[in-house]
Design a binder for this molecule. Structure first.
Ligand code: SF4
Ligand SMILES: [Zn+2]
Length: 93
């Protein structure tokens, strides 16, 4: 069963980039290196993958507010872009 932090999160659905088990593996500038990793299944995963994953756990669950703010800032641009690519690839408008 996927675990979501909120109703809005649930509506957006599962995606590796927002999953507790995902390592984005960004470089020193925060740019994606093409080597994202799922620590649950121990396989390489792109940030926009993870659609309908049963093991998804939203990264916001059990995080302090300061850590959340930092993560949100780091993810702000990348997350929006990946989510758009994901939605485009899955034909969601
Ligand atoms: S494959 Fe599933 S468990 Fe792994 S990072 Fe993606 S959403 Fe999370
Ligand atoms: Zn969430």
């Amino acid at each position: 069963m996927p675990k979501f932090c909120s109703k809005e999160c649930e509506e957006q659905g599962t995606i590796c980039d927002f999953c507790e088990f995902y390592d984005f593996n960004g470089d020193e500038n925060g740019a994606y290196t093409g080597d994202g990793w799922c620590n649950k299944f121990n396989i390489q995963k792109e940030p926009f993958e993870g659609y309908n994953c049963e093991e998804f756990v939203c990264f916001r669950i059990n995080k302090s507010i300061w850590k959340l703010i930092l993560i949100e800032l780091l993810h702000k641009m990348g997350g929006i872009i990946w989510r758009k690519i994901f939605m485009f690839m899955n034909g969601i408008t």
